[in-house]
Design a binder for this molecule. Sequence first.
Ligand code: IPD
Ligand code: CA
Ligand code: CA
Length: 268
Amino acid sequence: METADNLKNYLEIATEAALGAGSLLQQYYWGNLSHVEEKGRSGDLVTNADRASEAVILEIIQRHFPDHSFLAEESGQQGKAEARYLWAIDPLDGTTNYAHQYPIYAVSIGLLIAGVPQVGVIYNPAREELFRAANGLGATYNRCPMQVSSTQQLEHSLLVTGFAYDRRETQDNNYAEFCHLTNLTQGVRRSGSAALDLADVAAGRVDGYWERGISPWDIAAGIVLVEQAGGIVTAYDGSPISLEQGRIVAANPLLHQQLTQALTNTPR
Ligand code: IPD
Ligand code: CA
Ligand code: CA
């Protein structure tokens, strides 16, 4: 069991890293953005800003916790994957938006302790919005407590989702689910940043989120935010979330089961 003091310490260092990386992302956004490349799969971009942001985050966290392990989107695994402390880092979530100068993107830093996400910081530098949470310590938006929405019915809800980079190569591309949920709700948005989608569920701005083909660094921090803000996060069938499986449903507790049922019952 991790002490509250330890969790607060991890949260502070993650915050320092997220704010530092966010300020760097803003500098690149307004002047230094170059080297926009595809990472292999069509549409999966990486920029010099992704790499610079990741370097800053790793430098700060490694300086404080040299024994911890890391899973960062651009540089991969450092240290043992099964280590007690594993930081899951997305230095720029929403790269496609960023590369098009569409200002919805974020830094996402999560800490898994014994395999369970327990600390999460997501920072949206364009709007200076800081979302933070740690196990048992609650969730905050710009340092004020936040909680999930209280919408009770899917037909009154606003949801958000995303489409993974393999969407052209698989029939499991979330298009059927998107149409089905669009018919059942007041709307489904696609922001282009999974981290901000989860932060928005935690802040009660949207009522639920689902996505497939997602990676641990996209969701580790957001899971902590949603759970600490009173929401529920699972796999599509309602079973416990697995970071490796890449399927996630997050919603307020009143809607969560309605959302998993609608996903399971999507007509093909
Ligand atoms: C992507 C975004 C997007 C989601 C994709 C992610 P990236 O991350 O979170 O919203 O739909 O599945 O890969 O590439 O911008 O870090
Ligand atoms: Ca991402
Ligand atoms: Ca990224």
